[in-house]
Design a protein around this ligand. Structure first.
Ligand code: GTP
Ligand code: MG
Length: 136
């Protein structure tokens, strides 16, 4: 089975949507949450996490936003969970995301798209080490 790193972004926490989002993940048969923490992210942590985007035009506003309030960080484990949580989230742009997906149901702005989920096994292992070094 797999594990993935999920972040419920500051907009999800501010809008009181964390319970709703977590419950969509919890209801999937065979997936389980194995770590969960509310935390405000430092710039250095975000620079590691979003290293691939450093220098892009949306990077600075992204880091501003991601450090603007607490996030909920989770590890979710289970069968095909990496692809599965990305599917629950929907595409990066919430307007392109279908109703029924988290971003499609609750999002409008590309930056404030509620949830992050690792996009590959390599990303998942890298990101778990950043957010839960004890669980590496
Ligand atoms: P994450 O799970 O947060 O990594 O989202 P993603 O994998 O769907 O998208 P990606 O890794 O490509 O980009 C990371 C985040 O940067 C996105 O979730 C958006 O919040 C933001 N972002 C990406 N592309 C754009 C863009 O073209 N414009 C703006 N404003 N923000 C972007
Ligand atoms: Mg990404």
């Amino acid at each position: 089975s797999q594990r993935t790193l999920v972040l419920l972004k500051p907009d999800a926490v501010r809008r009181g949507l964390t319970g709703e989002i977590i419950s969509r993940i919890e209801r999937k048969a065979g997936w389980r949450i194995t770590a969960l923490e509310l935390r405000t992210l430092e710039r250095a942590t975000l620079e590691q996490h979003y290293g691939e985007h450093v220098g892009k035009p949306f990077y600075e506003p992204l880091v501003e936003f991601m450090s603007s309030g607490p996030v909920v960080a989770l590890i979710v484990e289970g069968e095909r969970v990496i692809e599965g949580v990305r599917q629950l989230a929907g595409p990066t742009d919430p307007i392109a995301a279908a109703p029924g997906s988290i971003r499609g149901d609750y999002g409008v702005i590309v930056r404030e798209n509620l949830i992050h989920a690792s996009d590959s096994e390599e990303s998942a292992e890298r990101e778990v080490k950043i957010f839960f070094p004890g669980r590496a």
